[in-house]
Every structure is written in C-alpha cells, then in structure tokens.
Design a protein around this ligand. Structure first.
Ligand code: ASP
Ligand code: MG
Length: 449
C-alpha cells in the first residue's frame, strides 16, 4: 500500500483533479490512500474572508463557493455531491456571519474556518473517483484516527493517532475502498477542530504512511522535487535525487519551502520512504527522502539563503570562566519573546541572529546591563545542507568561493551532528554568494572553483 498526497495546486480545478485521477489510476494496484489539501488557494481565501468579516463586518464566500461549484459542475457531480457540499457551504456562511457579528476571531475559530477547504476538496475528489469507477470514500481526518493537542493553528498529533489511524483505515482498505482523507486538520480531545500549521497536509500524509506501514508516501507538488537551490536566485537549480530525513527537515526550516518542517518526524520513526513528485510533470523522478544514503554522492545536497536577518553581537569579559552568563543572555531574549535562529559563542562573546521584523531598542537596553551590545541589520543567512562527515571539505570549498568573491563571512555556525553549515553575509551579497556556491558544488567540473 502507498499514500499519495496532492497539494493545493495539484487539485486546483476540475482539469487538475482529472489529471490527479490519471496519476492515481496508473498506480491503482499499489492500493493508494489519498491525502488532499484544499483546492488551489482556498485556505488563503478562507483567511481573507475571515479578515473581511472581522474588520468590516462583510460576509462573502464568493470565491470559495464559485471555485467549488464550478468544479462540481465541470466534473458532472451535481447529483452525487451537492447534498454534501451545500450544508458545508451553509455552515461556512453561518460561521462567517458569526465572526462578522461578534467581530472576534480566536485561533480556535480560525482552525474551524480553514477546515472547510480540505473538507470540500476530499468530498469532490472522492465523488469524481466514484464517477469513473474507482470506489472511494471522503474521510475527515478525525474519522481517520487523527487526534491532536489543542494548540490551535499549529497542533501536534497525539501518540494515540499511531493506533487509531490503522484501526480506522484498515476496514476500508479490506473492502477495496480508497480513502480520500483531509490533510492539515485534526480534532483535539474536546472534539474541536485543529490544524497542523500551514502546509500541514504533508505531515498528515507522512503520519498515515508511517502508521499504516506503507511502502512509500508520495508527496505530489508543483515542482520537480526538492531543488538544489531557490530557482528564483539560481537559474541552474535542479532537483536533488536523494536526501536524508534530517537533510529534508533542515531544508524545510532553512527556507526551501517544499515540505512542512515537521513532516519528516513520523518517517524518522518508521523509516518509511518519501518521494516528492511534480503533478505537472509526473515523468520526472522527483526527490527520494530516506534514512541514510549509501551511494557515493557529492558532499552538498542544497544551498539556501534567508534575507532580512539581524545580527546581535554581545561581548563581555565577564564571560570568562563564569557560569550562567549565557543563561542570562538567553533569558533576556525570552523575556522579549524573541526567537533566536543562529548562535556562535567564544569565551568572551556570543553572536546570534533574529528575524529583522522585531524592534530591538528595548532588548539592547536590557542586554547593555550585562555586556556591550552591537546590533547589525541587513544581513542574510546562507545555509549549506550537506554531509556533516565531509564538513572540512565543504568549509574549505565554501570559503574559497567567498575569498574569490572578496566577501567577508561575518559569523559561522555548524552543529555537531547536524547537516547544516550556516554563515552570515550582507543581505545584498546573498544572491551572489548562493549562485557562486551552487556553481562550485553542483555545476560541471570546468566551472568549479
Ligand atoms: N491547505 C493548507 C495550506 O494551504 C494545508 C496544506 O496545503 O498543506 O496551508
Ligand atoms: Mg496549500
């Protein structure tokens, strides 16, 4: 058995859904379980509708309603599905009316609201499969065994889900029915709808695949897999053939927005292989994500960058031989609710990075009480994801590139076991550095520095 997950752009309209059906049909003997996102940009449209209701008291589900009704019509599903879709759209309208009246939108209500996207897409797609002779059933995540905590908008799945999911799905599969399950959503113990964070349907899919012991989970997107770099920065970016779970998770955190950052967690437990595929180009092999890579490959898997970073440089001779100094520094960041990304320390200094969006005046005042502080804006983090066992080779080549470009690296960090090497350069240099690193590590030999 396999799990096939299709993201929003893969089920964006009637034509795309027909195309998904072709892809599924070609692998029907593998007994697929489907996991779907909301159609197209429905999640964003729902959030905008909520915003409009909240701010202006205006209730409008036009965009969402039109997309789903048109799709139903184009797929000739009126008779089969309107009975199910009409009450959902009515419930959505009522909910927005409620928001417009009380002018309040809690995170709990937000999750309830966005859940309509996935609930609609699975119903329409399952009905289409039935209409072409493939027995399918739309299943809301909570009927597929998904139980989460009550951390609305970013819920964690409960351990119990591991047993509940196979209990819920096995009977369907034994009857030869293909489950079509809502990604992204779950319910907590109180029965309230939760979501797993934006892009969370990846996690839904990997969770089902791991809990069901599936042979593979295919994550169908609109790109040819995980790329070696951001194609908007590096024209020569190309799909990576194989990465490890760790590398994929690092990539998700460091800006390659291909997979949900937590999506690898269930697979790490069970070793279930993941394949990222392009529904617009099914013939492309995609990227395979597995536990360890035996085959000899280059030392680097991908290079990413994140702009708009602020560097905080803290220097104090009081650090020498002391304990508790770093605790004090981090406590100050915690008090200001600032999330630190990169850290590098020496005996007398600690440098860290933050997102630039924060106002740091007050932080600087507080830190100045224990040390001298310098705040530098307009920085970028360049991250190389690669084989940590070859870190010296990676560092040598990467810094060779910086020397040639005449660029001074301003801070460096590399974890002990982790596969990422990050360093700070000026914002305006990031594109140039990433492009040059990419050509050094990925482009043909004659171009190598
Ligand atoms: N529909 C949700 C989102 O747009 C979940 C997902 O697509 O994975 O974030
Ligand atoms: Mg989406």
């Amino acid at each position: 058995m396999i799990v096939m997950k299709f993201g929003g752009s893969s089920v964006a309209n009637a034509e795309r859904i027909r195309h998904v059906a072709e892809i599924v049909k070609s692998q029907i003997t593998e007994k697929p379980i489907l996991v779907l996102s909301a159609m197209g940009d429905t999640t964003d449209h729902l959030l905008s509708a909520a915003d409009l209701a909240l701010r202006e008291g205006v209730v409008s589900i036009d965009k969402v309603e039109k997309l789903h009704r048109n799709t139903i019509q184009e797929l000739n599903l009126e008779a089969a599905i309107l009975e199910e879709v009409d009450p959902l759209l009515a419930e959505l309208q009522t909910l927005l009316t409620g928001i417009s009246l009380i002018r309040e939108l809690t995170v709990k209500t937000r999750d309830y609201l966005v859940s309509f996207g996935e609930r609609l897409s699975v119903r329409i797609t399952a009905a289409y499969f039935n209409s072409i002779g493939i027995k399918a059933l739309a299943v809301d995540a909570w009927h597929a065994g998904f139980l989460s905590d009550s951390n609305f908008t970013s819920a964690e799945l409960d351990e119990e889900s591991w047993d509940r999911i196979p209990e819920a799905l096995r009977p369907l599969i034994e009857k030869g029915i293909m489950p079509v399950i809502t990604g992204f959503i779950a319910k907590d113990r109180q029965g309230c709808i939760t979501t797993l964070g934006r892009g969370g349907s990846d996690l839904s899919a990997t969770m089902i695949a791991s809990a069901m012991n599936a042979a593979e989970v295919q994550v169908w997107k609109d790109v040819d897999g995980i790329l070696t770099s951001d194609p908007r920065i590096v024209k020569a970016a190309k799909p990576v053939e194989t990465v490890t779970y760790d590398e994929a998770a690092e990539l998700a955190y460091f800006g390659a927005q291909v997979l949900h950052p937590r999506a690898m967690q269930p697979c790490i437990k069970t070793g279930t292989p993941v394949r990222v595929k392009n529904s617009y180009n099914p013939a492309a092999p995609g990227t395979r994500i597995i536990g360890t890579i035996d085959k000899k490959t280059g030392p680097v898997r991908a290079i990413t960058s994140r702009k708009n970073v602020t560097l905080v440089d803290i220097v104090s001779t009081r650090m020498v031989g002391q304990y508790g100094f770093l605790a004090g520094v981090f406590a100050t960041f915690a008090e200001h609710k600032l999330s630190v990304d990169m850290v590098a320390t020496s005996e007398v200094s600690v440098s860290l990075t933050l997102d630039a969006a924060n106002d740091l005046g007050k932080l600087k005042q507080d830190l100045s009480k224990i040390s001298s502080v310098e705040i530098k804006t307009g920085k970028a983090i360049v991250t190389i994801i690669g084989d940590v066992r070859r870190s010296s080779e990676i560092l040598q080549r990467a810094f060779g590139v910086c020397v040639l470009l005449g660029i001074q690296v301003q801070m460096v960090s590399q974890g002990a076991s982790k596969v990422n090497i990050s360093f700070i350069v000026d914002d305006i240099q990031a594109g140039e550095v990433v492009t040059a690193l990419h050509s050094c590590f990925f482009e043909p030999l004659d171009k190598k520095i």
